[in-house]
Write a protein that binds this ligand. Structure first.
Ligand SMILES: Cc1cc2nc3c(=O)[nH]c(=O)nc-3n(C[C@H](O)[C@H](O)[C@H](O)COP(=O)(O)OP(=O)(O)OC[C@H]3O[C@@H](n4cnc5c(N)ncnc54)[C@H](O)[C@@H]3O)c2cc1C
Length: 370
């Protein structure tokens, strides 16, 4: 099919921040052949390429992007081989895929319900929520290597997944993902270890199952820290909800906690939760006893929203057309008319305060496009 490369397309309409200037050239691709054609067009004109999915993790500069923006609209999903493997084209809506897996009683993606964006972007920043990172279930990623101009497939290990990071982010722009497959568990047991989920299910009976209780060990120093500040944590209630229950719970929790991006401009959490050594966490805990964190391998991932809210006192703060969301301090929001420079300036102020109070350099989770 004949491809159209449109000039000077405003990008704000393609992002959930609803901010940003125009793309020099813009096209949509619905299959791998069109993708190759688009990349060849950019190479011939010596233009940089930016691959756009749902635009829910980007902040586009007010000056726009001086290259070719390729919008991924590749569709299609379904079983691939054995019953627990699902494959999806990169342009599919992420939450449609999660819904599909839950409807087919495949466990693994339900905690990632209601995250905006496309399937192709999920491996890029190794999306995660409610105690689950997508890297735990990704089997294969298929991509166009724009340097070698050939299609390649990466197994899970080769993707070099880390917290909100991967090979695709490290080698920025080199790989354009066209499909992803996931290895799920038929009828598996969902992960409800995350505090919000434990609290949600506390006191509820799910599918008639009886709640069980478990005592946590106070010999683990981290448990001791948590217990010292929250006696209720001494006894952890355990429930056995279905994966559909977990999906419903997450949709409800997220609706109460996150701004509706169809009305507000936002890209969700603007900053990554910092991962620090255990010593650093214990040190911070001494200074801020209410600060919490959870184990991340050998290290600790800190709930930095607590610092932004309680130490920097910036939760709910509005600065012109932009602000810190009043229900979740990691989330920045924008009113109609906001510009990218306002978001950058607010983000810099938050980073400055967090650095002063904790010594931690916050990293942006959102991709800057210019
Ligand atoms: C309200 C809200 C809540 C959110 N909650 C979460 C959350 O809980 N957890 C979480 O992890 N994220 C969350 N996000 C961030 C975002 O939804 C995810 O990062 C999502 O995966 C981005 O998908 P996208 O298609 O919109 O990517 P885009 O924003 O379009 O692109 C993001 C990056 O991925 C690259 N990219 C996109 N598609 C491809 C491709 N096919 N090949 C190669 N590179 C590609 C882009 O070039 C860009 O660098 C949230 C965002 C919003 C607005």
């Amino acid at each position: 099919m004949f491809m159209k490369f449109i000039e000077n397309v405003p990008l704000a309409q393609y992002t959930t921040f609803k901010i940003g200037g125009p793309a020099r050239f813009f096209c949509s691709v619905s299959d791998e052949k069109q993708l190759v054609e688009a990349v060849k067009f950019a190479k011939k004109k010596k233009l940089p390429i930016f691959i756009l999915g749902g635009g829910s993790n980007v902040l586009v500069s007010d000056n726009g992007f001086s290259g070719l923006v390729i919008r991924n609209e590749m569709r299609g999903m379904g079983g691939a081989g054995s019953g627990n493997i699902i494959a999806s084209a990169a342009g599919e809506n992420w939450d449609d895929l999660v819904k599909y897996t839950v409807e087919h009683n495949l466990c693994g993606l339900e905690n990632l319900s209601a995250i905006p964006g496309t399937v192709g972007a999920a491996p890029v920043q190794n999306i995660g929520a409610y105690g689950v990172d997508v890297s735990s279930v990704i089997k294969l990623v298929r991509a166009l290597d724009t340097k070698e101009m050939k299609f390649v497939e990466f197994g899970n290990k080769e993707c070099q997944f880390e917290y909100r990071d991967s090979l695709f982010k490290k080698e920025k722009g080199r790989y354009i993902i066209t499909a992803v497959s996931f290895e799920l568990t038929v009828g598996g047991k969902p992960n409800i270890s995350y505090r919000d989920l434990r609290e949600y299910f506390a006191g509820r009976q799910s599918h008639g199952s009886e709640p069980k209780t478990e005592k946590i060990s106070l010999f683990n120093p981290l448990n001791w820290f948590h217990a010292r500040n929250d006696k209720a944590d001494l006894v952890v209630r355990k429930y056995e909800p279905s994966i559909a229950d977990v999906r419903d719970a997450i949709i409800e929790i997220r609706a109460n906690k996150l701004p509706d991006w169809k009305h507000w401009g936002t890209a969700g959490s603007y900053f990554k939760n910092p991962v620090v050594s255990r010593e650093k966490y214990i040190d911070l805990k001494g200074k801020y006893p209410e600060l919490s964190a959870f184990e991340y391998g050998e290290k600790m991932k800190i709930h930095i929203a607590w610092i932004i809210e309680n130490v920097c006192k910036m939760k709910g703060l509005m600065a012109g057309n932009v602000g810190v969301y009043d229900k979740q301090a990691l989330v920045l929001v924008a009113k109609p008319g906001a510009v990218a420079s306002e978001i950058v300036s607010l983000a810099n102020n938050i980073m400055k305060c967090v650095k002063e109070k904790t010594g931690i350099e916050l990293e942006s989770e959102v991709q800057w496009v210019n």
